[in-house]
Structure formats: C-alpha cells, structure tokens
Design a protein around this ligand. Structure first.
Ligand code: PEP
Ligand code: MN
Length: 351
C-alpha cells in the first residue's frame, strides 16, 4: 500500500515534466551557467549531486555540503526548484536546512533498507517531495519497500525514478532498462508518478534521445536528464551528460501522445506490456546471437564444422518438450527456433 499524492503535487509544468542539471555540482559558476540555460528552456526543476556515490574510491566524490549555498543561489537567481541526492540522515538535515526543494534517494541507497529507514526517520514530520531511484538490482519489491518506508514516515509526495539495473556484462546500456519492471510498478500503483532517467540507463549521449522517446511511449510522467554546460569536462558521468542546447533539441524532437480516453486505458496498459516484452525479446535475441558468434569463432579456430545436427536436434527437442503446460503450441516453438538457429548458422558461416 502506498498513500501518495499525484504528479501535480510535484510539479505544475506541462507533461513530460523535466528535471535536468549536472550529475555533480562542481563549482558555483558551472551550476549557475547550466541552470540559467535550463531555466531559459522552461525546465522547472534543477538537479545536482553534492554527495556522490561513486563505484571506485579514486574518483570525484562530490563537493559535499559546500555546494548547498550554490544550489540556494541557483534557486534565488533562476526561480527553479532545486533537487539533490541524500544518502544519510546528515545529508537530509543539511539539505532541509538549506531549503532544498526536492530530495532523491540514489540507486545504491535504495538497495539498502537500513539506509533508507534512517533517511525516512530523518524526514519524519517534514513535507518534502522525495524521488526514489530503483535499486541497482532488478527487485521491484525492494524499490516499493523503500517508497513504503518513506510513506510510513509521513512523506506523501513520492515519485519513482527508473534508471535501469546493473548487469555483470554491460551491453548496449550502462544500466539495463528492463522496462517490464517500471511497467509492473505502474500496474500496481497507477497514481504513482514515474520518471525515467535515460542518462543513467544509456550511459552515452547518443542513447538519450531514443530512451527518452521509449519512456514517453510507455507513458512515463517525466524525465530526469543530466545536463552540463561543458559535458566533456564533467568530473563524473562525462559520457552521458548533454548541453542544455542538446536537451532542447532532444525535447523538441520527442513525439508526445495525447491523453488516452479512460475506456482505452486497459488496452493501452496491455499494449505497453506487450511493447516492453517485445523489447526484452529483441535484447535477448541480440545476446543469443552474440554468443552464437563466439561459438562460431571457437569452431573456426578448432577446425570444427559449423553445423552439428546432434546439437540442433537437442535444442529443438529440449524446447518442444518444455512447451507442456505453458500454453505454447510446440509447432510454433519449433518454427521459431528453426528460424533462430538457421540465422545463427548463417552468421557462423560468414565468419
Ligand atoms: C545520479 O543521479 O547522479 C546518480 C548517482 O544516480 P543513480 O543513483 O541512479 O546511480
Ligand atoms: Mn550521474
């Protein structure tokens, strides 16, 4: 159960709601210049990390509390609302006394119920919007649990931020989107505002536009996008930050959708689930092809034939026998895997 207020308790600008700003605050000048450019685009909420949870200890860990007065200056100067990440009760206390408008809990913190509980306890009695990023691991209940902890402490302006999930093998994405997870979250809590963070999912500038469009197609409420005045010099996440001008271009290219008539909501929800599953199938197929190519290289190096009929029969009969009880027609599965297998063989022959 989540007792939360709808998206307009968070922000009153038009959909999709945009939160933008650098990964990290680096200097007052960097913040002001970035914020001025974003305010000119009509962005209502400015983000900047002060305390940075970095994977490795030898990297920039944020300017810490000295950046609070820079954010206050951004607020005074641009009238934007300002948001920062908190990971401990000390961060919460300092952010609240500096008048930060919106807090967010980072992916590594969401994965730790002790830390989330301490943050929730520090927030008890305050009315401030809090965004909760998904945990680094693909566990929807852990994500919901973090939001419930805040909710039980009296926080009702809560939004979820989908930033993708860590995988041992990074493929196209820095963090795998696994769209079915935020879609399931929406199914369980239809009024929970959900933002997408294409910057941390993609990890590369070139992926922000297509990911943002996918998020819009899946009816996310808004986007959190990392923007830096000179992205290539950024002290953290340089490869994924974009300039305010690039943000402007991306936003103006987005295809927005009109609101669905209430009666179509069920159909749309089901179609969203189908689209997410199709995307997941595509990604699985691409991973499968990568592995069959590796096998092809191995066969070539060891002078083995490409086609091994015994193995082919083994694949088909194993899957056909697994159809029992799934509702899947074995002939259909046979056809699909014959096609997949013949494509793999064709790829191996080309090596
Ligand atoms: C961030 O928003 O800069 C950040 C650290 O994100 P995440 O918690 O998603 O890694
Ligand atoms: Mn970042």
């Amino acid at each position: 159960m989540l007792d939360i207020l709808p998206i307009n308790a968070f922000t009153h600008s038009v959909k999709p709601y945009i939160i933008a700003g650098p990964c990290s605050a680096e200097s007052e000048q960097q913040l002001i210049e970035t914020a001025e450019a974003l305010a000119a685009l009509g962005v209502g909420v400015f983000r900047a990390g002060l305390w940075k949870p970095r994977t490795r200890p030898d990297t920039f860990e944020g300017v810490g509390s000295k950046g609070l007065k820079w954010l206050k200056e951004v607020k005074r100067h641009t009238r934007m609302r300002v948001a920062t990440e908190v990971a401990s009760p000390e961060h919460v206390e300092q952010a609240l006394s500096a008048g930060i408008d919106i807090l967010w809990i980072g992916a590594r913190t969401t994965a730790n119920p002790f830390a989330v509980q301490e943050i929730a306890d520090a927030l008890r009695g305050y009315d401030i919007p809090v965004m909760v990023k998904n945990p680094v691991n693909p566990d929807i209940d852990l994500w919901i649990g973090a939001m419930q902890r805040l909710n039980l402490a009296g926080i009702r302006r809560i939004a979820a931020v989908h930033r993708g999930f860590s995988l041992y093998n990074r493929s196209t994405y820095r963090n795998d989107p696994q769209w079915h997870i935020p879609i399931e979250l929406r199914r369980r809590y239809p009024s929970l505002p959900i933002f997408c963070d294409p910057s941390h999912i993609g990890g590369r500038r070139a992926l922000i536009q297509p990911l943002a469009q996918q998020a819009i197609d899946l009816q996310f409420d808004g986007l959190m996008i990392e923007c830096h005045i000179t992205p290539e010099t950024a002290k953290s996440d340089a490869a994924q930050q974009i300039t305010p001008a690039e943000l402007d271009r991306i936003l103006s290219c987005l295809t927005l959708h009109t609101d669905t008539p209430a009666g179509d909501e069920i159909l749309h929800d089901l179609r969203r689930q189908i689209d997410a599953l199709d995307t997941a199938l595509l990604e699985l197929l691409s991973k499968r092809m990568e592995i069959t190519n590796e096998i092809g290289i191995y066969k070539k190096q060891h002078n083995m034939p490409v086609l091994q009929p015994g193995r082919y029969n083994e694949i088909i009969s194993r899957l056909v026998s697994r159809c029992a009880g799934t509702g899947l027609d074995p002939d259909f599965i046979k056809k699909i895997f014959e096609t997949i297998h013949s494509q793999s063989v064709a790829n191996q022959l080309k090596l």
